[in-house]
Design a protein around this ligand. Structure first.
Ligand code: 6PG
Length: 241
């Protein structure tokens, strides 16, 4: 299902409402809300909105457990760190205890050990995996041609991003974690995403070239600029908000 919004502001408001409603529902059902975050620019305003009133005062933050779907292999205080982005824009504003913030240890030099250890603390069935999509069709740090696309055993792995992407060393969840989630929400914004979105939603295609095809069944929130190619496809599962 793709929901298309006039602009990033409306998309952001809908994403914040979606996360808050799901958090409350998850806590009612299981006593906790487990959420895997992504990096990138698109979710930043959603994090900022959730980190300010009235969202920041909601009681669900105390029972929220944060994890990450991918991380760049840099220290947590690096400007490239996905943890740092979430810390500054969201976590510093809400009442989630630090013991419930489980960042990926991007600074570890033994990448494989870091990935294995992180896999061991990930919930079996996270309530929400939040994802973005790059202009090249990657999602989490699963890039075109990556071994992570076909990984069957590991839930988290070290990958090397294509040349030109910085930093190249990343830790990422594999498709099995995405499949295990109760909900998957993908946020995409801006004209540079339009072509990749087209590649993801056209009937024929290859997830090795556009890994976000792995999450075609997820809920997508896109602004009109990002959705311009898919809007021409007249898909039955697009809703204009
Ligand atoms: C990361 C991400 C990545 C991101 C996309 C989209 O660590 O970079 O988790 O998958 O979501 O690259 O990024 P933008 O929102 O900046 O376009």
């Amino acid at each position: 299902m793709i929901r298309v919004f006039e602009d990033l502001g409306l998309l952001t408001r809908a994403a914040a409402d979606y996360v808050s409603d799901l958090a409350e529902q998850s806590i009612q059902e299981s006593g906790r809300f487990t959420w895997l975050l992504c990096g990138g620019a698109t979710p930043r305003p959603t994090f900022q909105l959730l980190g300010t009133k009235p969202y920041k005062g909601r009681t669900f933050w105390a029972k929220t457990h944060f994890y990450w779907g991918d991380e760049r292999c840099v220290p947590p205080d690096s400007e490239q760190s996905n943890y740092r982005m979430a810390r500054h824009n969201l976590l510093d504003g809400v009442a989630t205890p630090d013991s419930q913030v489980h960042r990926m240890p991007g600074e570890r030099r033994d990448y494989d050990a870091a990935a294995d250890e992180y896999a061991s603390i990930l919930p079996d069935r996270p309530d929400l995996v939040l994802l973005g999509m790059g202009d090249d069709g990657h999602t989490a740090s699963i890039f075109p041609g990556s071994l992570a696309i076909d990984e069957q055993d590991r839930r988290v792995m070290h990958v090397v991003a294509p040349e030109g992407v910085t930093p190249r060393d990343r830790l990422t969840i594999t498709p099995s974690v995405i499949r295990s989630a109760r909900r998957v929400l993908v946020l995409v914004s801006g004209q540079p995403k339009a072509h990749a979105m087209g590649k993801v939603f056209r009937p024929e295609g290859d997830e090795h070239r556009a890994p976000a095809r792995l999450v075609r069944e997820a809920l997508w929130f896109a602004d009109k600029m990002a959705a311009q190619e898919v809007l021409k496809m007249k898909l039955g599962y697009i809703e204009l908000s």
